[in-house]
Ligand binder design. Structure first.
Ligand SMILES: *Cc1c(COP(=O)(O)O)cnc(C)c1O
Length: 382
């Protein structure tokens, strides 16, 4: 909706209430975008539903909080907030370069990995270019591809997994970019290394394969893909990673991409000089050093997933095993209805109705007590 300043215009019989006085012509590709609706903040839901002490299991966040080393680094750096950040993010880039054994020139930092997606679509796509994406997957690929005027081409999942064979068959002379979410949000499935190798051998060099690995640290399948291994494959592979999930820094907005120099050098033309802030830069360095917190997080998620699987099995509730910190549950009735009733129990989950799964909810793993409360509420509600 177009916003306007000053007083709300008077509604008359003839004029629709929200009719804009501004004579804007909005490009059709912008009008075609379905805005992303993030989960509502806890405080808002508690007020709306008159509940207290609710639990949010809807945004795949780290239930343990942020990395403690990151918090210490942020407090120390706060003293210098009068200064602009290091626009090149040199220290963080060096740290990531050591962490993954890649060259600094391969790394681009973003205000969340979402910003890297945005830079990729704005740098490489022109009006009418085709972008191939699985359906359903993370909604930002569609939004940002459309934002650049590109045409999304959807490829349905096969048994909840990304279907690389079918993606390959959708490639045309107009294809410029392919999005692969490994593991995939919202289904939790990994791409297998051997399937990716087959796929990559057939993809033209001119197409950028963006592999978003926001959840890869949680994956337990040993045959799963780690796309950083294909940085020097001679194909245009871009890996996306984030500090928002396993490191617990979602509120800080910091992520990065790893890519061939021929891609990073063009992204850097468009990148805003201070796109990542100084607190985020020092916190991310500290988080990569915080092995204890990292291990604690992975251990919690795996142990609690096993507990949840076991409890759901006993209750006869169908779910889909995951390689991430969230999973789908088949509630066998309206997911929107279950979402509403879970809210009244003080548990926030995601209905998957808008993702094309009207009977599935997505829930992320919380602390043990939270998972127990989730199970009790779910059994009551369904
Ligand atoms: C959470 C998430 C991200 C992380 O985005 P940031 O902008 O780094 O917070 C990226 N991709 C997927 C699929 C996600 O679910």
């Amino acid at each position: 909706m177009v916003s306007h300043f000053g007083k709300e215009p008077m509604a008359t019989e003839e004029e629709p209430k929200r009719k804009s006085k501004l004579n804007l012509s909005i490009p059709n590709h912008i009008l075609s975008i379905d805005p992303y609706s993030p989960g509502k903040p806890l405080e808002e839901l508690e007020r709306e539903y008159g509940i207290v002490d609710s639990i949010k299991l809807a945004s795949n966040e780290n239930p343990l909080g942020p990395s403690p080393k990151a918090i210490t680094a942020i407090l120390a750096a706060a003293e210098k907030l009068n200064r602009y950040p290091d626009g090149s993010g040199r220290r963080l880039i060096e740290k990531i370069s050591e962490y993954h054994s890649v060259r600094p020139s391969n790394i681009v930092l973003g205000n969340g990995s979402d910003e890297i997606i945005s830079m990729l679509t704005r740098t490489f796509l022109q009006y009418g270019d085709e972008v191939i994406l699985p359906k359903p997957t993370f909604l930002m690929y569609d939004i940002l591809a459309r934002g650049a005027g590109a045409t999304p081409v959807y490829v349905p999942l096969k048994s909840l997994s990304i279907d690389l064979k079918r993606i390959e068959r959708k490639i045309t002379a107009g294809s410029k970019m392919i999005f692969i979410n490994n593991p995939n949000n919202p289904t939790g499935t990994s791409v297998l290394r051997k399937d990716f190798e087959n796929f990559l051998s057939r993809v033209p060099e001119s197409i950028i394969a963006v592999v978003d690995e926001a959840y890869i640290d949680f994956a337990r399948d040993k045959n799963g893909l780690d796309s950083i291994d294909y940085l020097d494959s001679g194909k245009a592979v871009v890996t996306l990673r984030t500090f928002s999930k396993v490191h617990g820094l979602a509120g800080l907005r910091i992520g990065y991409g790893i890519m061939p120099d021929e891609i990073s050098e063009h992204l850097n033309r468009l990148r805003q000089p201070f796109n990542t802030n100084s607190l985020a830069q020092v916190a991310a360095i500290a988080a990569l050093d915080d092995k204890v917190f990292f291990e604690k997080t992975i251990h919690l998620i795996h142990e609690e997933l096993d507990y949840l699987y076991d409890s759901l099995n006993r209750a006869g509730i169908k779910y889909f095993p995951t390689q991430t910190n969230f999973f789908l549950v088949d509630v066998k009735k309206s997911a929107n209805g279950v979402y509403e009733r879970m809210l009244k129990e003080g548990i926030i989950v995601r209905s998957m109705a808008s993702y094309g799964f009207p009977r599935y909810i997505r829930v992320n793993v919380g602390l043990h007590d939270e998972n127990m409360r989730f199970l009790t509420a779910l059994k009551k509600v369904i």
